[in-house]
Design a protein. Structure first.
Length: 326
């Protein structure tokens, strides 16, 4: 099992979608752990940093990583997981693009005796025996932190001074855990101040382009927008482009709150174009490799491992920007 012996010809995925990273499996000795990893895609700066962390950590840990980019499609992730089962990898890890619809393929992995580790995003299955552990952020908490900042800064956020704070929300991918949970957490926090209302909410698919396009349509259809709450930095950066193109000043005429804290987002915060960022840490690779080794050694691991995260104001971002890894 520890060595990938199934010929590439047996794998139905295209070479472009499925590439081996880390050490060469042909050069592995029998004790080398093989991990099949199905990534969501390359939709954001966060995702790029997450992929780099996983690839570098696998190499560092001496784990033979088989990596597939699903291009934000669940069917591609299911195909990748099935190919990893066929290849008899030692462990499968993946970041599910959406929450639901995983039971069948996870049961196939379980029947094959291959442990599964969820990273970054959760699945909504009732059967928690289908995975060993879930490593990632608390997305509800992230949404709450964004909403709490807005409640605390409500007076300043009422840009047009009409007593109502109109928020437009740029949602992440429909059905994805971070989109669902961040919206929920934000709604819970802003319920503390009845003058704050989410006037419009639409998906920008976690991409810069998506954020720009949705913001353009909000600017045309919603009067008196005070605040943008974007579920990630990339959509917030796209919104900045749309706001500037409309002749408005991001961060002043319209306040902007985002989640992630990647370098581009932090730079925009330092520049005053974003007003507040909630961190979502993409550097999950080292913990993932450690968990995989423990699971395969038969050691007990916690069912949930929550990532440590913080928040950034403009001053706080300025203090750390130069040393930001991603
Ligand atoms: O699942 C984490 C989210 O996915 C990040 O916030 C976002 O940037 C990414 O695309």
């Amino acid at each position: 099992m520890k060595k990938s012996l199934i010929a590439a010809a047996a794998i139905s995925m295209s070479a472009a979608m499925l590439t081996a990273c880390g050490s060469d499996s042909n050069a592995s000795d029998d004790d080398t752990i093989t991990m099949g990893f199905s990534q969501v895609g390359a939709e954001s700066g966060w995702r790029t940093a997450n992929t780099a962390s996983i690839q570098a950590s696998a190499k560092e840990a001496g784990i033979d990583l088989k990596f597939a980019d699903a291009q934000q499609k669940q069917e591609n992730q299911i195909k990748a997981i099935r190919s990893y089962i066929q290849q008899k990898v030692d462990v499968i890890a993946f970041s599910p693009v959406v929450e639901s619809g995983w039971d069948t393929v996870l049961q196939e992995a379980k029947r094959a005796g291959i442990p599964v580790i969820l990273t970054d995003r959760a699945v909504d299955s009732d059967d928690t025996s289908l995975y060993e552990t879930f490593l990632g952020s608390d997305f509800v908490l992230e949404g709450e932190k964004a909403g709490e900042w807005l409640v605390a800064n409500a007076a300043d956020a009422d840009v047009d001074g009409d007593g109502t704070i109109k928020v437009v929300q740029l949602e992440g991918t429909t059905g994805a855990a971070p989109a669902i949970d961040r919206a929920d957490g934000f709604a819970t926090a802003i319920a503390a101040d009845p003058s704050i209302e989410v006037t419009a909410s639409q998906t920008g698919d976690f991409t810069r382009d998506g954020g720009k396009q949705v913001m353009e349509s909000f600017l045309n259809s919603v009067q008196g927008i005070d605040v943008v709450f974007a579920h990630n930095d990339d959509m917030g950066l796209g919104a900045i482009e749309a706001i500037e193109a409309a002749g408005l000043v991001p961060g002043k005429d319209i306040k902007i709150i985002t989640i992630d804290a990647v370098k581009d987002g932090m730079q925009a915060l330092v520049d005053g174009k974003i007003n507040f960022i909630v961190e979502c840490n993409p550097l999950l690779g080292p913990q993932l490799m450690e968990l995989a080794k423990k699971v395969l050694a038969g050691e007990e691991v916690p069912k949930r491992v929550v990532t440590d995260e913080t928040t950034f104001t403009q001053e706080e971002a300025a203090a750390v920007l130069a040393d930001r890894q991603y």
